[in-house]
Design a protein around this ligand. Structure first.
Ligand code: PEP
Ligand code: MG
Length: 548
């Protein structure tokens, strides 16, 4: 028995034989070429063929895994067409190198640039670059055929590309272990959305001797066990059977109300980034969107997103949710979510710096453009606007005044909007929690941002992996603040949601229900898990003293 530890991507167990994924090696040794024109032609033809492959992959992924996963291949198509990449390849061809060598070296240089970046998301892009370059060089070298599994297996590889993970025949891929990779790579994002048991970054390169051995992936602990003991196999087989039965049971909860066993209601909504994520929310029967992180519109753009671009995104989200509530948060740029074009100052402590609504106080036109787009979209569904990082009543007044001016402008322009849109705030600073009695007089609703509320209450940087074991959102200080916020809001007749990661912790569902939280918003795979828990709770019988 051998055990390795890596990073857990998705909480799920898998058991099966190991299949080593060894990529067909192309020999790109003959670096020099006779004719620049011929090599440029080969490059262009291979690029067109790679694009055609990606378009097919987009279509098949759309059917198998949904819009948000398929979009990765649109990004790859854009990367294949990227002019900087083309220039880098052509520069090498013009230096006299052959097309395959030019593509692979240009891609390696680009990938090592991404790998060297501090940001884990950008590091994940190195894998995408190598994926598309491999696809193009396959066409140049005439290498055909993708990855296929004869029978169900746990795939073990150095790294796996997004296109490879969706290329496996449905049902054959039991789980995935990679020695490299990061939890925020596109491959990991796809693995999660497929609910695939997956561990990355084990740091262990497995050789042929592992082929066919029995392996267990523990996606809770980030562990892979090769040649398990009899006892381990028995225990994990039992856990796997239970997991399967649990999943089937949860699907059967689609269509049910979000109420406890004794009929007390607590809504379960879904957190999303962009309109494309609505499909996953609906597939999991979310009754609303509790947090649309609108800053993703800014993060995915190379310049400030225009009013029309934002309007189309908000409208698409509202229309897709067909009258169910959609809470869109105004942009939360800053701290760990930076974009170059904002030209934000270098700060000693960005999490406590010029962030989200604070940027708008300095640059009100950003908030104005966003509010115009939001109000214009408001006629297409049930919109609620939410403002992050609030610390004072004056700040909410400022935002409401801005919203008032925007409504007047739209009225004067004859543009329709819903003038009943609620304007709420995120309670994610200890300051907001402590003065929530006053904030409840001016805000239409609260949504508790437990991620930042924990970070600021405990004085622990949520980005600092060395302090992960101290970052405890269940700390009494945090839970007491949450209760205070709910009590203060209810005293003024206002409702309260919670949209931080804490919402998916089903050990706390009874606490949230007992204190009267009106709604929790979680990412799509957790909507039915929280509903299952809620349905089992008897609210008349909860002792909250053990939590606070
Ligand atoms: C939070 O802070 O809990 C929250 C939901 O916002 P974000 O994680 O985007 O900062
Ligand atoms: Mg936050």
């Amino acid at each position: 028995m051998i055990e390795y530890l890596g990073k857990a991507v998705y909480e799920s167990i898998a058991i099966g034989p190991v299949c080593l994924l060894e990529k067909k090696k192309k020999r790109i040794t003959d670096a020099r070429a006779e004719s620049v024109g011929e090599e440029a032609e080969k490059f262009n033809a291979a690029r067109a063929a790679a694009k055609a492959d990606l378009e097919k992959l987009y279509e098949s992924t759309l059917k198998r895994a949904g819009v948000s996963q398929a979009e990765i291949f649109q990004i790859h198509i854009m990367m294949v067409d990227d002019l900087d990449f083309e220039d880098a390849v052509m520069a090498k061809i013009n230096e006299g190198f052959n097309a395959a060598y030019a593509v692979s070296t240009a891609a390696e240089e680009l990938a090592s640039m991404f790998s060297a970046m501090d940001d884990e998301y950008m590091q994940g892009r190195a894998n995408d670059v190598m994926d598309i370059s491999g696809r193009i060089t396959d066409h140049i070298c005439g290498v055909t055929g993708g990855v296929s599994l004869d029978s169900p297996a746990i795939v073990v590889a150095e790294d796996v590309n997004p296109s490879e993970i969706v290329g496996f025949e449905s049902g054959k891929l039991l789980g995935l272990v990679t020695s490299k990779g990061s939890v925020s790579s596109h491959m990991a994002i796809i693995a999660r959305s497929m609910s695939l048991s997956c561990v990355v970054a084990t740091g262990v390169k497995m050789d042929k001797s592992y082929e066919g051995k029995t392996a267990i992936i523990d996606g809770y602990e980030g562990k892979i066990i090769i040649d398990p003991t009899e006892k381990q196999l028995k225990d994990y087989t039992r856990r796997l059977e239970k997991q399967r039965a649990d999943e089937a049971f949860r699907r059967s909860l689609i269509g049910r109300e979000n109420v406890s066993a004794d009929g007390k209601r607590m809504e379960i909504y879904c957190n999303i980034g962009k309109s494309k994520d609505v499909s996953a929310a609906l597939e999991n029967d979310a009754h609303g969107i509790g947090l649309m992180r609108s800053e993703f519109l800014y993060l995915d753009s190379s310049d400030y997103p225009s009013e029309d671009y934002q309007f189309n995104e908000y409208r698409a989200t509202l229309e897709a949710m067909a009258g169910k509530p959609v809470i869109i948060r105004t942009m939360d740029i800053g701290a760990d979510k930076k974009v170059d074009y904002f030209n934000l100052p270098e700060e000693e402590n960005p999490a406590m710096g010029l962030r989200s609504v604070r940027i708008c106080f300095e640059r009100p036109e950003i908030m104005k453009t966003q509010l115009r787009a939001l109000y214009r979209a408001s006629v297409y569904g049930k919109l609620k606007i939410m403002v992050p990082m609030i610390i004072s009543v004056d700040e909410v007044r400022w935002v409401k005044k801005m919203a008032f001016e925007v409504r007047n402008e739209l009225k004067a322009e004859g543009i329709p909007f819903d003038d009943k849109v609620e304007i709420g705030i995120m309670v994610e600073t200890p300051a907001a929690a402590v003065i929530s009695d006053e904030l409840a007089e001016i805000a239409d609703f609260f949504s508790i941002g437990s991620n930042d509320l924990t970070q600021y209450t405990l004085a622990i940087d949520r980005q600092n992996s060395r302090l992960e074991n101290l970052f405890d959102p269940r700390h009494k200080a945090v839970l007491r603040l949450i209760k205070t916020v709910v009590d203060n809001a209810h005293a003024k007749g206002k409702w309260v949601g919670l949209c931080g990661e804490l919402g998916k912790n089903t050990e706390l569902t009874e606490f949230f229900l007992a204190i009267g939280l009106d709604e929790v918003s979680v990412s799509a795979p957790y909507v039915l898990k929280v509903r299952e828990k809620l349905l089992s709770i008897d609210s008349s019988n909860i002792d909250i003293s053990k939590y606070i």
